[in-house]
Design a protein around this ligand. Structure first.
Ligand SMILES: Cc1ncc(C[n+]2csc(CCOP(=O)(O)OP(=O)(O)O)c2C)c(N)n1
Length: 514
């Protein structure tokens, strides 16, 4: 068994069953091994940003790593933005990056680069396998690293000769510790704060915005009168009917300051004290009031469920009822295509158990509100701020959960970064409805221009924020990649296309022209 095969067998035995790939010469033995070993689904992405974003989507939905197969430094660097997003989301993810054979590196052949240094900026674990005998053991260590809480990006670099030389057989993935128990003192402190009667916010992040945890938080809020919010972005939130509705810290600084005004305490559940996305002249970086104290209840690698059960007992909230949303869909939007009308139609028509992948930027500011009483669903957000995540993330989510409908909410500017994902969606027959909101501008940057105090932009500056001339034809681009598409210039058309897409199997795209 060569090194490549020993690695693939090790990964499959360790529970890694999907590999998103964009290979090259240095990964050929690995590709052949993928073929030879049962139990590994291989999914081709035509750009590495698709490969890495898809692994993020898969990891978020399963809490297990998918593999990526990337071609040396340039291949990895092409996928870097979405590795960054996965790193920020604490997604378990295993990158396998081919490199030149060890003896070839010294010749500085064209694709030579310092992969390790680049990988370290977005990975919690990086290792280069020195030889074929080490590859399986290193692969097993990489799986364990990816699974280590709170979930990590692990990058294993494989010189080509480690793949073709004789390996050492299959290695066993080391046992990974489960979540740690929170310290008694942390629970005592949170209970004391809640009993004090001072205005208190419980702020959720990490893996705490899921139903079982939300239910406990709801009980605690009912009993103590505290408020509950989630961070500005959360990797996966379970919401809709039957779940506690939790608002997020808003993106605009003034709005965030307003929402957080008056709180004396913030109890942090796998979250951090809220900070502004960017610095702005004359605005604070920290969004909580200056006299507001943060209290860490649950750290990223600790068990939120156990901590909140304990806290609920401490404050006598176990018997309370969590105030969950009731199914009460809003009325569909009608007339002109506007953000408000789109929000209404999504709220009315979201299929049960959908996975919503949200990169709707300015168009989607109200979507969270209009969907809170929709059918139960999961909501995935961009944790790293690097746009071009939505379509790839949707690929991974759809592969992780083939029985669920994925609803991608994609702004046109962001969509152009990684639209090759549509081809993978078609090839794999994935159940994804991609909604592109074609406002034909980088809308958010127009707001940012004013926020940072850049005054009197001229024609050249405004041209950098305008993505019309020529207008993008999303229906044609989707068709070119094998995804049926339709354009909506009224809400009646949008509603008709969305209903048809929901009823159909496989991918589809709706271009909503704003
Ligand atoms: C990788 C990356 N490049 C550039 C940016 C800067 N950026 C943030 S939002 C944005 C434009 C978003 O436009 P669009 O997706 O059309 O959404 P809209 O603001 O129009 O709602 C850009 C270029 C970024 N965040 N990430």
């Amino acid at each position: 068994m060569n090194g490549a095969e020993s690695l693939v067998r090790t990964l499959v035995a360790g529970g890694v069953s999907v590999c998103f790939s964009n290979p090259g010469t240095s990964e050929m033995h690995f590709v052949v091994a993928l073929d030879r070993v049962e139990g590994m689904r291989c999914v081709l992405g035509l750009f590495e940003g698709v490969v890495t974003g898809a692994a993020d989507g898969y990891g978020r939905m399963t809490d297990k790593p998918a593999g990526t197969l990337l071609h040396l430094g340039p291949g990895m660097n092409n996928g870097m933005a979405n590795i960054h997003n996965a790193h920020k989301a604490c997604t378990p993810m295993l990158n396998i990056v081919g490199d030149h054979a060890v003896y070839h590196r010294g010749y500085d052949a064209p694709l030579t680069s310092d992969i390790e240094s680049a990988a370290k900026t977005v990975s919690s674990w990086v290792r280069t396998s020195p030889n074929a005998k080490s590859v399986a053991k290193d692969g097993a260590a990489a799986v364990a690293a990816a699974l280590t809480l709170p979930g990590q990006v692990a990058t294993l670099i494989l010189p080509a000769d480690t793949a073709w030389n004789e390996g050492e057989g299959v290695a066993e993935v080391p046992v990974v510790a489960g979540p740690k128990r929170v310290a008694n003192e942390a629970v005592d402190e949170a209970a004391r704060v809640l009993r004090s009667g001072e205005p208190t916010l419980i702020l959720l992040g990490g893996r705490s915005a899921r139903q079982a945890t939300l239910n406990l938080v709801g009980k605690i809020a009912t009993k103590t009168g505290c408020r509950v919010m989630a961070q500005g972005a959360v990797a996966r939130t379970e919401r809709g009917a039957g779940r506690l509705n939790v608002d997020r810290v808003p993106y605009p600084v003034d709005l965030a300051l307003e929402r957080l005004k008056g709180f004396k305490h913030i109890i942090l559940v796998q979250s951090r004290m809220p900070v502004a996305f960017f610095a702005y002249p004359n605005k604070p970086s920290l969004l909580a009031p200056q006299d507001c104290q943060g209290h860490v209840l649950v750290k990223a690698d600790e068990d939120p469920l156990q901590a909140l059960e304990w806290l609920a007992d401490e404050v006598g909230a176990r018997q309370e009822k969590a105030p969950v949303s009731q199914y009460a869909p809003v009325k569909r939007g009608s007339g002109a295509v506007t953000p408000e009308a789109l929000g209404l139609s999504l709220g009315a028509m979201l299929p049960e158990n959908a996975i919503v992948v949200d990169e709707s930027i300015t168009t989607g500011r109200n979507f969270y509100g209009t969907t809170k009483t929709s059918q139960p669903h999961d909501w995935l957000q961009n944790m790293g701020g690097s746009i071009g995540l939505c379509m790839p993330l949707s690929v991974g989510a759809a592969i992780a959960c083939p029985d669920r409908k994925v609803v991608s909410l994609e702004s046109d500017g962001s969509g152009m970064y990684t639209l090759q994902a549509l081809w993978t969606q078609a090839r794999e027959g994935l159940n994804i409805i991609t909604n592109v909101f074609a406002n034909r501008v980088y809308g958010i940057l127009k707001h940012e221009l004013a926020s940072v105090g850049a005054e009197n932009p001229g024609r050249k500056a405004l041209d950098m924020l305008d993505i019309g001339r020529p207008d993008l034809d999303w229906v044609a681009m989707a068709r070119g990649m094998g995804v049926p598409g339709a354009r909506a210039t009224t809400m009646e058309e949008f509603n008709k296309h969305f209903a048809a897409a929901t009823a159909a199997e496989g991918p589809s795209l709706i271009e909503a022209v704003l």
